[in-house]
Design a protein around this ligand. Sequence first.
Ligand code: DX5
Ligand code: ZN
Length: 218
Amino acid sequence: MSNIKIAPSILSADFGKMAEEVRRMEVAGADLLHCDVMDGVFVPNITFGPKMIADIRKVTKLPLDVHLMIVEPEKYVEAFAKAGANYITIHVEATKKLVPTLKAIRALGVKSGAVISPDTPVGEIEPALEYSDMVLLMSVYPGFGGQKFLDKSLARLEELTALVKKSKRKIDIEIDGGITLDNIAEIKKAGANVIVAGNTIFGANNPKETITALRSRA
Ligand code: DX5
Ligand code: ZN
């Protein structure tokens, strides 16, 4: 048993009954609620914007972890902060204004984070560490839930963990995509402490048991 945080991804929820789905995750023991925002430009899929975050904010006290898969996130961080996000993470590939945007997120009173996609060299996140409360490593190509964990992600996660250690900063290390009961142990060992899971949790017959099992296997 370890002190990981579990963040169910609502991308795998039934959007037609979102409030119920969110409460289901709360009761199941989620630590954060991971909210995937997609614009159809940065990724080949579209989800929702600040209004969904504001509406979810009304029905739960769980911290909202808003993962922005959108180009020029600097244009929208204020709207997501006002909507009630507790964390806002932005992709290093999506903006020319990475550090200023991370600073802007913090100035809005929200925890900030930089994200890297699977083909981005891990070192590209280093300039962002000073301005990040969390870093997120994508272990699938962003855009869709239910994909297979990319094998190279474990080595990349170890590399990221080493960078964070070297920085001597207290930064959460989040991983997102293809996490299951079968790979959680090695993922934890490689340094992640915030675990996003969509299909594994929403697809389970008993999400509470699954979250408990994820914790005990980590
Ligand atoms: C993918 C999203 C993920 C996704 C994970 O672009 O960022 O958060 O929902 O889903 P699973 O856990 O099913 O791979
Ligand atoms: Zn995500």
